[in-house]
Design a protein around this ligand. Structure first.
Ligand code: SF4
Length: 326
């Protein structure tokens, strides 16, 4: 893989973007929990990137680098006893703080210990695959996960199933330490605005928020993983065109929009009225007796973050087709 810097991002920041702290595992039979969550097409094509000379711009690394840095900051706050000082400032009783043990060995656990496991990697073998996952935190048996994301994702609940699966796979990997049947998703909003919070009670009222998501049973989870591994094995060496397409749900595809323009000669600016339903848009056009309805296809948001973008032909149907005129 080769990297470009098309937007002239300054060197201090490009070094930050290129700094890779991920503990890569070169074993071809290894699959990470987060990889299992990807669509099969993306999972299979990701494996082929190493054999290509595809060119990636450093700007595409911004979102993941910001996310990784936020994780590192939280980890630092919980490391080397730093958490004690923070908890004292929060006036948490000293005897409670003394019970907290970070990444305790089994022999260090006492009846009153409050165990907190941070950035630990757990692994298991299944059907010839070595599956592993690094959890953000397990506090008193409950998974804690940090997500730097948009307020849209939170408000429209678009990733809840993915979070449920992620937490379920982690619990399947380490069911003795993860004993709660839910995962706490701790949101760090990247686009939060105080003015929107003031005017909309449904909008997150703070930049940081937590939500619990229930987990699947261990049996259901193992069944799901087994099925995913079978699909991966089936297509790992398949021709690119034969790999199943990412579904609308996997693509985080926004719904299409039907835009009515009163003047058919001026369709490159703002539309006169937008519709979510095609028939309503055409009825409106007929009632007006003029104008044109133009279909704006939904955007597959996942493609923007997909490492396999250059190797994938499916994405062409979204990024090369012009809007359809009715
Ligand atoms: S580029 Fe889009 S369609 Fe292709 S594998 Fe990635 S997410 Fe799926």
């Amino acid at each position: 893989m080769k990297f470009t810097n098309e937007h002239n991002i300054p060197l201090p920041l490009t070094v930050w973007l290129m700094h890779d702290t991920y503990d890569h595992n070169p074993d071809p039979n290894h699959i990470s929990a987060t990889s299992l969550l990807k669509p099969t097409r993306q999972l299979v094509l990701n494996r082929r990137i190493g054999d290509t000379n595809i060119v990636v711009d450093v700007s595409t690394l911004i979102a993941s680098t910001v996310g990784t840095s936020l994780h590192a900051g939280i980890e630092a706050a919980w490391s080397n006893g730093c958490y004690r000082k923070a908890m004292m400032r929060l006036e948490i009783p000293a005897e409670t703080i003394a019970r907290v043990h970070i990444n305790p060995e089994p022999t260090e656990l006492r009846e009153d210990t409050i165990p907190v496991y941070i950035e630990q990697r757990y692994s298991r073998w299944l059907d010839g695959f070595h599956i592993s996952g690094k959890v953000d935190m397990i506090a008193e048996g409950t998974l804690q996960d940090y997500k730097s994301t948009s307020t849209y994702t939170y408000m429209h609940n678009t990733r809840e199933e993915e979070h449920r699966l992620q937490g379920s796979i982690y619990r399947w990997l380490e069911p003795t330490k993860i004993t709660s049947d839910f995962i706490s998703i701790n949101y760090i909003f990247t686009d939060w605005q105080k003015s929107l919070a003031r005017n909309n009670p449904d909008y997150p009222q703070t930049r940081l928020l937590s939500k619990n998501v229930s987990l699947m049973s261990l049996e259901e989870t193992e069944y799901w993983i087994r099925h995913k591994l079978q699909e991966f094995s089936r297509f790992v060496n398949a021709d690119e065109l034969d790999i199943p397409y990412c579904t609308d749900e996997e693509l985080w595809l926004s719904p299409p929009q039907f835009r009515f323009y009163g003047n058919p000669e001026k369709t490159d600016g703002r539309s006169t009225k937008n519709f979510a339903d095609y028939h309503e848009a055409v009825a409106h056009q007929q009632a007006k007796g003029k104008g044109v309805v133009i279909t704006r296809m939904g955007a597959p948001k996942r493609c923007a973050y997909c490492n396999s973008y250059e190797l994938c032909s499916q994405k062409n149907q979204y990024f090369s087709s012009p809007d359809e005129e009715i």
